[in-house]
Design a protein around this ligand. Structure first.
Ligand SMILES: [Zn+2]
Ligand SMILES: [Zn+2]
Length: 319
């Protein structure tokens, strides 16, 4: 692409977006980015700024259409010598084989998704319509023949639970024409005034609400190296103060695993004295709607208690 007027920086259509925590609107940002940027690029920005902990799946919901960070043919498949029937989905394999995960790299949700895809292909129908005993039998067969796991009676009952769960999840995972990937330009699916949504992690989900506030012709700002800055943060909320659950002073860390971040929030002093026994790792308080969720640290370090000075005291007490 050649620009004839090299002195004049090229103008492009820019969208002004506002994004906020869907349930936590105290967290918000005003962004500006090119209208021809993709949903994937916006997803990358949201992950970098507010969300990324362990590479969970994410999706935009715009109207009735879902735009997924991973689509069906990118899902991990059972890769065993006698697996044959998986390639008959009709879709061409376009994705890099290098992206395929190994079993040990998968989160439980991704494993369930993998199982779901394989079983859907085996039965060629919605898993919710398959009789549960048949589904259970096929699932046992997959685990024993393909993964070489020999099932104990206890595991067999777990397989029953898993089969049931897969049926319940079918509405969540079932693919439909209303699902696409994120390789779509904002301009193609959004217009001024439109509201849309983003979900990160379909387990401990962080929900964001977004809206296109305005558009204008403008020039992309450049960073110090002269590279265009794709997403400009024009404004962002001040970090809200989360009170320590024990003394009410501003908290600095939060015990992982609470539904409400305030239930796990502690200041440094109270974290030493008022920590519950089972709270062995803490997340930093960060300015994000994902504060305290899963392993989200916002780029800061985990706080483990064995790094703390009261370690010796605890060890003494245990003797
Ligand atoms: Zn995570
Ligand atoms: Zn405190």
């Amino acid at each position: 692409m050649e620009t004839t007027k090299s002195q004049e920086p090229e103008k492009t259509k820019l969208f002004h977006l506002v994004v906020e925590g869907r349930d936590l609107p105290i967290y918000w940002m005003h962004l500006e980015m090119p209208a021809d940027a993709t949903l994937a690029e916006l997803d990358d920005f949201l992950r970098d700024t507010w969300l990324e902990c362990c590479d969970h799946l994410s999706a935009f919901r715009i109207g009735k259409v879902s735009y997924l960070s991973q689509t069906e043919d990118m899902y991990w498949e059972f890769d065993a010598p006698n697996s044959t029937a998986e390639e008959e989905s009709g879709e061409e394999e376009k994705e890099d084989e290098a992206d395929e995960g190994e079993l040990e790299d998968l989160s439980p949700v991704e494993m369930v998704e993998g199982l779901f895809e394989v079983l859907s292909a085996e039965f060629q129908s919605d898993l919710a319509d398959v009789p549960l005993p048949e589904l259970e039998a096929k699932l046992s067969e997959l685990l024993t023949t393909r993964l070489g796991i020999s099932l104990t009676p206890e595991m067999q009952s777990q397989v029953g639970n898993l089969a049931h769960y897969l049926q319940l999840s079918s509405s969540l995972f079932a693919s439909s024409p209303q699902e696409q990937d994120m390789d779509v330009e904002l301009d193609e699916v959004l217009k001024v005034g439109q509201k849309f949504f983003h979900e990160y992690d379909f387990g401990s989900t962080t929900d964001l609400a977004l809206r296109v506030v305005a558009e204008r012709e403008g020039v992309l700002p450049e960073d110090e190296d002269g590279d265009a800055v794709l997403v400009q943060v024009m404004a962002m909320n001040e970090p809200p103060v989360i009170p320590c659950r024990s003394c009410g002073k501003p908290a600095t860390k939060v015990a992982a695993g609470y539904y409400y971040v305030g239930d796990g929030a502690l200041c440094d002093a109270c974290a030493k004295t008022n920590r519950n026994e089972y709270e062995d790792s803490f997340l930093p308080i960060v300015n994000s709607p994902r504060v305290g969720v899963c392993g989200y640290t916002g780029g800061q370090d985990y706080v483990y208690w064995d790094e703390d000075e009261d370690e010796e005291d605890e060890e003494d007490a245990e003797k």
